[in-house]
Every structure is written in structure tokens, then in C-alpha cells.
Design a protein around this ligand. Sequence first.
Ligand SMILES: Cc1ncc(COP(=O)(O)O)c(C=O)c1O
Length: 456
Amino acid sequence: MTTRKATERADGAQSPQAEPQSGAPRATGSTREGGSKQATGSPHEGSARTAEAARATHAGGAAHAAGSAHDHVLPSYARSPIDFVRGEGAWMIASDGARYLDFLSGIGVNALGHAHPRLVAALSEQLGTLVHTSNLYRSRSQERVSARLFEATGLEYCFFSNSGTEANEAGLKMARRFHKEAGAPRAGVLALEDGFHGRTFGALSATWNEKYRKPFEPLVPTTTWIAPGDSDALERELTTRDYGVFLCEVIQGEAGVRPVDFGFLRRARELCDATGTLLFVDEVQSGCGRTGRFLASQIAGVQPDIVSLAKPLGAGVPIGATLCTAAIGSRMTPGTHGSTFGGNALACRAAEVFLAELFDHELLDRVTIAGERFALGLDKLAKKHDHVTCQQGHGLMRALVLDRDAGPFADAMLREHLLAIASGGNRLRFLPPFIVSDDEIDEAIARIDRALTLDA
Ligand SMILES: Cc1ncc(COP(=O)(O)O)c(C=O)c1O
């Protein structure tokens, strides 16, 4: 699925850790999962350029410039001033009527696009019937969703939460509990460099980028990181019994769509089996069909013990899910973990609709077909533009790897009214909705092509 030009470094593109970091925060603050990562040269930096570019193309937004005295929203995001008011399929419409082609899906969330008729009908009905009951009572909707997730993954138990980071917290607690109950407590977490797992303390503790961790130390002091693909480090660490879990992504999303070598992952599975370490795959970004298979681990041929899901699962309604084997799940007895909102009736109804679209309305197959068309288009752009090294990814999780900072090109894409994001310093990351049409893919390629002509 990866095509490389001869000029690309054998070890892939530069690590985000190796990027030159600007000393002072940019005017618009951090962009990790922020609204305006669009134009940032690094996913770890805010981008004044983003706001400028957006203001230049979207006069209506200027009134919302960061720092307004009346703005009480915590300034932890570098938000673009673009003020979206409506969505239609793969398009988003701003308050001034400007239409943007959405190849970001709210950072991998809006898999059914915007205002999907079956989702709208089901949620409208659910709102008028039952929204929330708490987890004190039987939930048939959780039973239905978890049964579908079991069919899709072979993992017997499912805990519902509200986000990716919560799904990871639950998985980390499951692993702790599993080993403790087995009479051999193991707190160690082995994780991958460049991995991103979320912002809460446990998930943050396993996230690679120091920029997110350092300001909040002390964190959970149990993580060791190894480089993806470093077989020697894998053999050295995973032949010990120090680790409760090996936590990894199959395709590192926030790092800019970096697929981890499948052989490396399969070897990790073998070593986990040999040492009793649990294999915990974070599929918050790569899961739920984004790659054309329900789990990216299925492409790699690896069966995890624990999987975290979130982003597209509720097609925009917040829901996270942590799946695990029966051996792990059966140890999570009443009181061991919980969430007031997790898996409520509204969120589960959204997940039911999403899973029905994926499996009963052939959306999963469509992701593969659409992904191939998109990859072909990106390959052509890589051949045409000297500063594009290659495209990488699977299904509708793709990146263009550049030989330079991707920020200015992300700005240019925004000027072309294409929503996407610069990640990992030199990558343009695309996460279009699963319902994207062939024409919309071709249109996106034309817009990316124009954006890449920028002399940067
Ligand atoms: C792989 C991965 N794990 C976890 C998270 C955190 O998810 P959330 O922002 O929903 O907490 C993300 C978010 O980008 C992610 O990409």
C-alpha cells in the first residue's frame, strides 16, 4: 500500500521529535486535535499561519480571532476562525455560505459524513424515546453493539466510554487488573515512539511526545518506548516479563499516518504469547473500518488481547469502546471500572446505525474501493510533484509525505477549501468520510494538486 520514491529515507520520514521546535508558542496555541491543525507545520505546534490563511479566504471569521475579551472558551486549542454551521455528506458549509470538501471528518470521526439521513432519523427517534439511563440498568443497545463488535473482532467483552483516551484508560486498567488477579502484578507498559494515546493521565503517560507529557509530570511512571520496527529492542524488552501490556497503534495516526511494520507486530504477538504480556492495540484512529478492514490489526494479521475504539464508532456522537478477551473481561467484576455516560442509549443508537451502514449497507467494502481510488490519485501527485516523496496508508487513512514542512501546503489546501491536516511535520494527513464519492475523491485530488503547486 506504500509507494516510495528512491529519494525517501529508508527509515521513513523524520520523526516529529526531530523537528525544529519553535521557542515560543505560536499565536494560536496547540493544535493537537485542535480545530485548526489544518495549516500547522507540526501537529505539535499552533499555527498563526492557519488563522491568517483562513481569515484571508473567509472574511466572516475574523470577528472570532483568538484573544477576544468575550471568549471564555479555554485557549487550549488553536482554532481557525472558520465558523461551520452545517454539513451535507462530505461537505461542510461555513456561516458565509462557503463550501469546504471535508477530507478530515472532524479528525476521523464523521464516517457517515454530515446529516446522514438514516443517522438523522434514528437519532431523532431515539431523542424522543430515551437518551440516557446510566449503567445501573440493563442496556439492550449496549448488548446489540457489543455483539456486533464481537462478531467483527472476536473479542468477547466490551466496555463503553465516551472518547479515545477513556477507551485507553479502560484498557490499561483491564491489563493491571488481569495480572493482579493472576497473582503476578505487572505495571509496566511497553509502547512505541511516535505513538499517541490521548490526554488523560494514563493514556498521556504512554504517549511518546514529551511536549504533551512534560508539563504534567509526574505521570504514571511505567512506560518504556521502543522505535517502531526496532526488532532488537522488541526482542530485548518483550522477552522479559516486566510488561503488563504492549500498547501500540498499527498505523500511527497523529504522527502522520505511519504504518508500523506488520512483521514487527506479528513478532510482538508471538513474544506477548511467550511472556504472558497482553497485546493492546489502540485502534481509536485506524479502527472501525477506516482502513478497509474493521481493525487495522486484521490487515497486519495480528489478533490483539485488548483493542480501543472511538472516533468513527458513533459517527459524530461521542462513544468509546474497549474490547477484550473473555479471560481479561471476566476479571472486571462490578465496581472495578465505570462511566456515568459511557454507552448511553443515544450513543449506542448512533453506533448501531454506523455498524449497520458498515456491514449491512456495504460501507466497509466501499472504504476499500474509495481508498484505492484516492491512493491512485495521491500516487499520481507524488510522481508529478518533486517535493512529494510518497503516499502512505490504507483505505481512507492516507498521508502524502513531503520532503519539507507540510504546513504551508495545508494552508494552501484550506485556500482551496479542502479540509485536511498537516501532521508529523512533513505529512499531509487525510481522513475523509467513508461515504465519500468517486467524484469527490477526484475533486479532492484536483484541489490537493493545486495546493501542491505552492512554491514553498
Ligand atoms: C490513536 C489514538 N488514540 C487515542 C486518541 C485520543 O482520542 P480522544 O481525543 O477521543 O480522547 C487519539 C486521538 O487522536 C488517537 O489518534
